[in-house]
Design a protein. Structure first.
Length: 238
C-alpha cells in the first residue's frame, strides 16, 4: 500500500533521515519506535507532504506522492494526527469534525452525517456540543483521531496518540485503534508506550539517529540486541 524508498531528509547539514526504506501492507498496524530525535515525526511529515524529501521517493497505491501537496495526499487517502493536539479551540467538538468531513462531503448535511457517525465511533457523541478547548487531554486526543477519520482515509498516521493518557483512557484508545483496524484502515503509529505497541502492532520499525536499525514482529523487536541497546534498555516480551 505504501512504499518508502531510500528516503533522506536534510536540514542544513543535519541528516534527520538517512536512506530509510520500508513498505506498509494494506490492513496492518505498523509501529514506528525509537529514541527522541530519531526521525519518527520527520518521517510522518515526509509521508504526508509537509516536507519534500531531500532524496528518495514515496508511493501510495502505486502513485508517487513525494512531490505533491499535503491536501492532495489527504484526498488520496492518507490522514494523520499530531503529537501536539491543536483542535479548532473556539468551535464545538461536532464542528471540528464537520470541518474535516468536508474533505469528502459535497454539502453540510452530508458532512454532519459523517461527523455524527465518527463521534459515535470514537465515543465523543455526548461531548458533541462542548467547545473543544474545554476538553480534557484524553478527549482532545480522541478528537484528533476523529478529525482524521472524518476525512475517510484508507491509511491513518497516528503520532503519539497515547501520550499522557491515564490507564482508563489508554484502554479506551486501544479499543478505538482495534475498531479502526476492523474497518480495514491501515495504520502507522508513533508511540513510546511499549506495552501499547507490543499489544496492537503487527510489525515494528525502529529508527535511531535517522536510520532504520531493525524491522520485525513485536516478539522479534523485543528480543533484538541492537534495539535493546539503542532504545528498550531491556528485553520486552510481546
Amino acid at each position: 500500500m505504501l512504499d518508502v524508498k531510500n528516503i533522506s531528509m536534510f536540514f542544513g547539514g543535519l541528516a534527520a533521515l538517512s536512506n530509510v526504506s520500508f513498505s506498509v501492507v494494506e490492513g496492518e498496524i505498523l509501529a514506528l519506535i525509537g529514541p527522541n530525535g530519531a526521525g519518527k515525526t520527520t518521517l510522518f511529515n515526509v509521508v504526508n507532504g509537509f516536507y519534500k524529501p531531500s532524496h528518495g521517493d514515496i508511493f501510495f497505491n502505486g502513485t508517487r506522492i513525494s512531490n505533491i501537496k499535503t491536501h492532495r495526499i489527504c484526498r488520496l487517502g492518507i490522514a494523520r494526527t499530531f503529537q501536539v493536539v491543536r483542535p479548532l479551540q473556539r468551535m464545538s467538538v461536532l464542528d471540528n469534525v464537520i470541518a474535516s468531513a468536508f474533505m469528502r462531503a459535497a454539502d453540510k448535511k452530508r458532512a454532519e452525517e459523517i461527523a455524527m457517525d465518527i463521534l459515535q465511533f470514537t465515543g465523543l457523541y455526548d461531548d458533541r456540543n462542548v467547545i473543544s478547548k474545554g476538553l480534557p487531554l484524553g478527549k482532545r486526543k480522541r478528537l484528533e483521531i476523529a478529525r482524521a477519520l472524518a476525512t475517510q482515509p484508507t491509511m491513518l498516521l497516528l503520532d503519539e496518540s497515547f501520550a499522557g493518557l491515564n490507564p482508563s483512557e489508554l484502554n479506551e484508545s486501544i479499543d478505538i485503534i482495534r475498531k479502526i483496524k476492523a474497518k480495514g484502515i491501515t495504520m502507522m503509529i508513533i508511540e513510546h508506550h511499549m506495552k501499547v505497541i507490543m499489544a496492537i502492532s503487527d510489525r515494528i520499525i525502529v529508527l535511531n539517529y535517522g536510520q532504520k536499525i531493525a524491522e520485525g514482529t513485536p516478539l522479534e523487536i523485543g528480543r533484538n540486541p541492537q534495539v535493546i541497546e539503542a532504545y528498550l534498555g531491556e528485553a520486552t516480551n510481546a
